[in-house]
Ligand binder design. Structure first.
Ligand code: GLN
Length: 447
């Protein structure tokens, strides 16, 4: 842990991944871990970890990268934070993100711009850009992120590391600052597939505080990492390999397909015809849920309150106007509109119906295939400042990751090559609760 703080102090200047460090408590926890020692059951004991700053940590500032929570000190830990501590991992601090996890470049943080670990003129992706940059720049072996529409997998792809969004319900959302509650999941960002499986082992499982967390038994996600994927059936959706995807990315995926075939898998082209509606469906559903979830930031109960207010109405209006950034306001307006009496049927209800069609597409493919293989993103990391003023273009970046959230499936991004010095990510998608298949294939590919 001491070494980790040295690394952070030396390397975080370059990428600006951390918002808050917790050195004193981390060193105390490390001392305790030393005293307990390491056994076969607690292989994670004493290993430093970083936490995305939309996951609450008791007594440690948790901002969601928003001015409205700029001075918020939670009075409890998220379940995932307690679980990491129970596994002996040492929380060293909180990592930057797009405000309330809304964005794909970490440029929407109210506090600082995180940079890509490979090229500091490029974005680290988002919204878990801090988590990805901290791991990829060698400050940490593991960090937690959250993924509502791609926020773990896309920054993992942009930084050349492994990022997993588990099945919806695999991991408790208790204490995770809510964005789109039917989509949000916490997951690990790591350097290797095996490390990722170890951290997911630690955070998974039913939680009585989260009724959407599954009661299913949690397997040991490392159990099937033997490199053997002979006979595995993999589908590559043609819609995810069309001209919208940059040629260097498509080439890397073609090479990955060849590698999987060499390893004994069969790879075929498949189709997910409704996935093309994923982006509009997602922005209606996620924004609707966000507009409801963000009602609680009223200037009374949490964090920031505007000064010199005249009356109660003024407290709400001014605190929210000054406390939220532009992207968050855009989503609140879009969501409130979609849920309004006169527009509900045309927007929210329609989006919910198309979501079902997107789910059925995946069911069809998974009746014949074990796994889906696709690029994670349509291009490598883009430049800082390049897309921030064009929300639609920014939203389109998530076209390959969003359908996975809408269907509640597990998805993994792992490195599949490089182009002009920037990493390319490949995505593996499994049926619900089949993370083991995804880890098994990812591990075999990585070897
Ligand atoms: N970029 C997407 C958005 O802005 C996804 C974010 C996320 O997964 N948290 O909503």
């Amino acid at each position: 842990t001491e070494e980790t703080f040295k690394l952070i102090k030396a390397r975080d200047k370059k990428v600006a991944a951390f918002l808050t460090l917790d050195e004193e408590n981390a060193l105390a926890a490390a001392q305790k871990a030393d005293q307990k020692g390491i056994s076969a059951e607690n292989t994670l004991a004493g290993i430093p970890v970083g936490i995305k700053d939309n996951i609450v940590t008791k007594g440690l500032k948790t901002t969601a990268a928003s001015k409205i929570l700029g001075n918020f000190e939670p009075i409890y830990n998220a379940t995932v934070v307690d679980k990491l501590a129970a596994a002996g991992m040492i929380n060293v601090g909180k990592l930057n993100l797009d405000e309330f996890a809304m964005g794909g470049s970490t440029e929407n943080s109210a506090f600082q711009k995180t940079k890509n670990a490979w090229d500091q003129t490029k974005v680290p992706g988002g919204s878990s850009g801090g988590s990805a940059a901290a791991v990829a720049s060698g400050q940490l072996l593991a960090a937690l992120g959250t993924d509502t529409g791609g926020s773990i997998r896309q920054p993992a792809a942009f930084n050349g590391i492994v990022g997993v969004k588990p099945t919806y319900g695999r991991v408790s959302r208790y204490g995770v600052i809510a964005f789109g509650s039917s989509l949000d999941q916490v997951g690990p960002l790591t350097r290797t597939v095996k490390d990722n499986a170890l951290v997911l082992n630690a955070i998974s499982g039913h939680d009585k505080h989260d009724f959407t967390s599954s009661e299913r038994e949690v397997p040991d996600f490392t159990a099937k990492l033997d490199g053997d994927i002979k006979g595995m059936r993999i589908g590559v959706p043609k819609e995810f390999m069309d001209e919208g995807v940059a040629s260097d990315v498509r080439e890397a995926i073609q090479q990955a397909i060849a590698t999987f075939e060499k390893l004994g898998a069969t790879v075929d082209e498949v189709s997910l015809p409704y996935s093309k509606y994923g982006v509009p469906v997602y922005y209606i559903i996620a924004s609707s849920e966000a507009s409801s979830n963000l009602q609680r930031y009223d200037g009374i109960r949490y964090g920031f309150r505007a000064d010199d207010v005249k009356n109660l109405e003024d407290v709400y209006v001014r605190s929210r106007s000054e406390g939220f950034g532009d992207e968050v306001k855009r989503r609140i307006m879009l969501g409130t509109f979609s849920l309004s009496a006169g527009t509900y049927d045309a927007y929210f209800k329609k989006a919910a119906q198309v979501r079902t069609l997107i789910c059925r597409d995946f069911d069809n493919v998974f009746s014949d295939y074990d796994l889906i293989l696709a690029p994670t993103t349509t291009s490598t990391a883009f430049g800082i400042g390049e897309e921030i003023n064009d929300p639609i273009q920014m939203y389109m970046n998530d076209i390959l990751t969003i359908p996975v959230n809408l269907a509640g499936l597990p998805g993994m991004s792992l490195p599949a090559g490089f182009s002009k010095g920037l990493p390319i990510g490949m995505q593996l998608i499994a049926p619900q609760f089949a993370e083991e298949t995804m880890y098994r294939a990812g591990y075999a590919f990585e070897q």
